[in-house]
Design a protein around this ligand. Structure first.
Ligand code: 5GP
Ligand code: MG
Length: 456
């Protein structure tokens, strides 16, 4: 997963991109990068390992002022996953000299046709600097024939139609945003100081004090002209029901204090929790606790609907880092313990825990163990999502199918494996009903639930 920001025409484009990147840091912490552009000259790209707050100095950011800037935070998916690859495949990517001029790109998503396109370009003498799927986009641009901007953009994106992409670009000296026709990944448009801002999430607009205008629609390309944003839709418009927006953005990925696909993320998560309460009305428990922070909103929804008391069961260590990325299973379990620690006084209680998702089951298993070790009498685990049974091909860095608990085990087998006294999930219809109820939304990808990949 990645986070992207593009800004043009504000008083300090570099600073606005930098602020925005902080707010989408949760979308990728392997590395970050920035590039700015003014009067035909690029400054950067500057790419660093690690998190934005530690990667760049104030002086560097102030030096990035100009007419347009792009930024990116990266969580490697198709490209390499080790540190070296993270640095090499950092974005924005920039080709300064092609027959169609310069192009800079920052990308979120996963381009299914990239390996084939790469092979094709290599065969005709093209070259690549890194392993990321994004690099084919720049080659598409360099190869395009025609001098109108709209035609160039169409030819650049046409070969990756079957992919998942949200993009911010600098082409022809203009800021350009684009979203694939399925709408897998989010992208929003905002404004500030007579200029415009594109971002993965509305929280980035808030952070940079830009105001939200609307989301970029699936299949839409936005070109920010001097006169304001202009839209083209060369690949047609897919009816909402046929789109494939990512449900896991609601369940886990997007920040809860923003809008996603124009709908309040926290409200959807609370609805997931309310559905859990209606689905399992007879669970007896002394208290209900969230798995912080990702389970917070679903837990509140569950407590509202069930009338059961919300308690804090785990304290979260904010310096311990995230648990999911570590490829070593043992270390992952240790990191859960490093991150979450049970409150005192839980002996003899029955505790219900609500989490946003169960992927490998490491978190649930470790938390149940920890509670039992301190004398908790019973643990009910409630998961505010469907069983995550198939890996994502569209930008979420989930494990291979074999590592996903729900790929090989049914809920009862997982319950036994994690040592819980009860384990409950939502099903596909329930999850989809939440977005319908809260935002009137339809048209979601269900591949991680049923393996029906819309694009293979
Ligand atoms: P598990 O421990 O079962 O593998 O994963 C479930 C836990 O990891 C949940 O608490 C969820 O919030 C978190 N999680 C789910 N998906 C991701 C992800 O893509 N990245 C990170 N860092 N955490 C995730
Ligand atoms: Mg979590």
């Amino acid at each position: 997963m990645c986070g992207i920001i593009g800004v043009s025409g504000t008083n300090h484009v570099g600073l606005d991109v930098y602020e925005g990147l902080h707010a989408v840091q949760h979308r990728g912490k392997d590395g970050g990068g920035l590039v700015s552009f003014s009067d035909g000259v690029f400054n950067g790209p500057f790419m660093r390992d690690g998190i934005i707050a530690e990667a760049f100095t104030e002086g560097e950011i102030r030096g990035l002022d100009g007419a347009i800037a792009l930024g990116h935070v990266r969580y490697a998916t198709q490209g390499g996953r080790n540190k070296l690859d993270a640095a090499r495949d950092a974005q924005p990517l920039l080709f300064k000299h092609t027959r169609n001029g310069a192009i800079a790109v920052a990308h979120n998503g996963d381009i299914r046709t990239a390996p084939q396109l790469r092979t094709d370009y290599l065969a005709i003498g093209g070259f690549f600097q890194g392993t990321s799927d994004t690099e084919v986009i720049l080659h598409n641009f360099a190869k395009a024939t025609n001098d109108s901007l709209d035609s160039l953009l169409t030819q650049t994106l046409e070969p990756i139609q079957e992919g998942a992409y949200s993009l911010v670009m600098i082409v022809d000296g203009k800021l350009v945003g684009a979203r694939d026709v399925n709408g897998f990944r989010p992208l929003v448009l905002g404004k500030k100081e007579g200029g415009y801002m594109l971002a993965s999430e509305t929280v980035a607009l808030k952070r940079a004090r830009a105001s939200y205008i609307r989301e970029v629609e699936p299949g839409e390309i936005i070109v920010v002209e001097d006169s304001g944003p202009r839209s083209i839709r060369p690949f047609g418009v897919r009816s909402e029901g046929k789109q494939k927006k990512c449900v896991f953005e609601y369940a886990y990925f997007a920040r809860p204090d923003g809008l996603l696909f124009n709908t309040n993320v926290a409200a959807v998560r609370r609805e997931f929790g309310e559905i859990l309460a209606r689905k399992f009305p007879n669970l007896s428990t002394d208290m209900v606790g969230a798995v912080p922070d990702s389970g917070n909103d679903a837990t509140i929804g569950y407590c509202h609907a069930s009338g059961k008391p919300f308690e804090i069961v785990f304290s979260r260590d904010h310096f311990a880092g995230r648990t999911f990325i570590d490829p070593d299973g043992e270390k992952r379990a240790a990191k859960v313990r490093a991150k979450l620690s049970p409150y005192e006084g839980l002996e003899g209680k029955v505790v219900t825990l609500v989490d946003d998702s169960l992927v490998r089951s490491t978190t649930s298993r470790e938390l149940v163990k920890m509670l039992k070790e301190v004398g908790v009498q019973g643990v009910n685990m409630l998961i505010a999502f469907w069983p995550f049974a198939y890996h994502c091909k569209y930008g979420i860095d989930t494990a291979d199918d074999g590592e996903l608990a729900s790929h090989s085990m049914n809920p009862e087998e997982i319950r036994k494996y994690i040592g819980a006294d009860f384990l409950g999930f939502l099903d596909q219809a329930e999850v989809l009903s939440a977005m319908k109820k809260v935002g009137g939304l339809e048209g979601f990808c269900t591949a991680c639930s049923d393996g029906e990949y819309p694009v293979s």
